[in-house]
Design a protein around this ligand. Sequence first.
Ligand code: NAD
Length: 498
Amino acid sequence: MNVLTPLDPARHPFLTGKPKRLLIDGKWVEAVSGKTFDTLNPSTGALLASVAEGDAEDINRAVAAARHAFNGPWRKAKPFERQNLLLRLADLVEQNFEELAALDTLDMGAPISRTRGNRLRVLGMLRFYAGQATAIHGETIENSLPGDYVSFTLKEPVGVVGAIIPWNAPLASTVWKLGPALATGCTVVLKPAEEAPLTALRVAELCQEAGVPPGVVNVVTGYGETAGAALAAHPDVDKVAFTGSHLTGQKIVQASAGNLKRVSLELGGKSPDVVFADADLDAAVPGAGMAVFANSGQICSAGTRLFVEQKIYEEFTARVAVYGKTLRVGNSSDPDTQVGPLVSPEQLDRVTGYLAIGRQEGARPLSGGERLTQGAMAQGFFVPPTVFVDVRDEMRIAQEEIFGPVISAIPFTDVDEVIERANQTNFGLGSGVWTRDVGKAHQLARSLRAGSVWVNCYQAMDPAVPFGGYKMSGYGREGGKQHVEEYLNVKAVWIKTG
Ligand code: NAD
């Protein structure tokens, strides 16, 4: 097959195929309301597909199916069976990877070089969770009761999981929710983001092909305020695994109160990236640049608050601005594109709104700073890599998540000062440090209040390494053994043997 074929929406096998319905109890069904919504190609603004618009009634059906499946034979599936299922799914994702990467690119606008580049990570996730399926174990615990008692713990799947994901990395987000759920024996109702719902539907097809039993994985596409809210509030959902903005995260927590369901939250950030004058600047310039420009800044842990030591501030920010200008901005389907469009007109308004706010606050764009409208870009939602200088800590562009390719560069003079200022944020997801001084590297690694600290690199990720937030970036971890624990209950068993 010509590897480039799927990048043409008119020839992509999933886009030209059947209507985009909901997966409930192993069947592809229309929404009860019969309504659909449109998803667009952000590079061209053109309609990509119409998708079933699920709402509360569909969520009810899907949760009932997930509960039924949880109480059925799936509850007795051995760890080895769940492992094999995940390995089969991984193989199918691998075989269909080009198609899935193209779907992510067409639906959310990430450059094809990036979505193809996610291959090892996505497959690694599925195979990591396959391994975790056979690594679940309780403990035998010595107790001090008089008489003869044996006490031990069992780990049990938490039950029906409502998984709500954002649009910025549809394939990876889908896999990051399904992997631990299937590994532990939970069942899932997945609600993808309305901006980019297609990849989750295609992965659901592959789940069926892999042999996931009916009702174990259900997918309800629809809007957050209707389908998402109904899932978060549903009394028969045992856990909500949410990835998205902190504002929605707060609503999820409120909605969860009805049945006190478990909640894990992977939220946004305003991550500091600290560059010391002693750093390898040739590495730090592209490193700090791509910490924000990758995926057009639509990455939760993007290093958007760039703290630069005063004595190199002017030179370094100028170099990052020049670096940003060298990146090729354009249609995501072009293999040479390094920076694609923003996902939607709404996201374009949000980011250009912050560009205006930055200027009003007195910050100065060294590069970028305006929407791109030349030629074919006028139809898409393009903002170029932007570097703001003269930024002060209290400015909104230094405190609020923009979710666009926008760096807010702030000078600092010494280590203790930058630690304090870097921590002055409501968020705590990622953080970066660029230095050749191992002492400084350790000091910052311990002092920064964030779930990840990257030293002389940024956004290094591995399925075995936990990822998650401090403060308003959420709680719970994805990746690593910790992630699997989030999908398990611990039961203590006592047996009187005397
Ligand atoms: P969002 O919060 O607007 O939407 C996320 C999901 O929640 C979507 O599926 C949406 O339909 C749903 N939703 C919206 N309102 C809801 C409600 N009232 N009840 C239930 N569900 C609702 O976020 P977004 O714009 O899709 O994604 C961008 C945000 O996600 C950014 O803040 C980004 O930092 C964050 N994010 C975090 C991580 C992480 O791992 N920490 C990863 C990716 C994205």
